[in-house]
Write a protein that binds this ligand. Structure first.
Ligand code: GAR
Length: 214
């Protein structure tokens, strides 16, 4: 499978995917990385990994032009699957439907809670005791597609959006490559808008937070 990764910034999730794909046994390759921001640090990560890194600045282009160029670059690199990794532009329904079932995103909350921007600020404001991240198929409605997998982490007393983001990010870096592998292995099916994963086991136990003082 040849994945194209769309980013807007730091690219730490991209790095997790690049690291996973560096293993010859991993069933997917990153064919190219596209950023809508020319100064995105993630572009350098791609370059260091020997992966074509392309900036397509969204400024000064219409949304249609921007997406046309993204599509052209993806096609040029033989991409058959798209991963959004900290990509902060909303994609049009046109683009999303063209890639339907072949485009996924990672969002830093336990969806359907805290969609959109500042998921961690929303989680802190809501006072939740657990948060986490979600990998889901992309549909035209933002952060609303079929959920593939989630990872939960505790929200600690005294957390702010930044400290929670850091903890969730650790979970993202484990979850995203795992899901990409399952997809590349052909183990994930979408049936009636729900995701089925062959061979996956349900995680045991439970995460309780907070717990009794010792
Ligand atoms: C990640 O936490 C990702 O889940 C989030 O942006 C961060 C990007 O970090 N994505 C969204 O909020 C999308 N709505 P990264 O550039 O280091 O991977």
């Amino acid at each position: 499978m040849r994945a194209g990764v769309l980013i807007s910034g730091r690219g730490s999730n991209l790095q997790a995917l690049l690291d996973a794909c560096a293993d010859p046994a991993f069933p997917a390759r990153i064919a190219c990385v596209i950023s809508n921001r020319p100064d995105a640090a993630g572009l350098e990560r791609a370059g260091r990994a020997g992966v074509p890194a392309i900036a397509i600045d969204h400024r000064g282009r219409s949304r249609a032009e921007f997406e046309r160029e993204v599509g052209t670059v993806l096609a040029r690199h033989g991409v058959d699957f798209v991963c959004l990794a900290g990509f902060m532009r909303i994609l049009t329904a046109d683009f999303v439907l063209r890639w339907q079932g072949r485009i996924i995103n990672i969002h830093p909350s336990l969806l359907p809670a805290f969609k959109g921007a500042d998921a961690h600020g929303q989680a802190i404001a809501a006072g939740v005791r657990l948060s986490g991240c979600t990998v889901h198929y992309v549909v035209p409605e933002m952060d609303a597609g079929p959920i593939i997998a989630q990872a939960a982490v505790p929200v600690e007393a005294g957390d702010d959006a930044a400290s929670l983001a850091e903890r969730v990010l650790g979970a993202e870096h484990r979850l995203y490559p795992m899901v990409l592998r399952w997809i590349a292995e052909g183990r994930i099916a979408l049936r009636d808008g729900r995701v089925e994963i062959s061979g996956a086991r349900t995680a045991g136990g439970m995460l309780v937070n907070p717990i009794e003082p010792t």
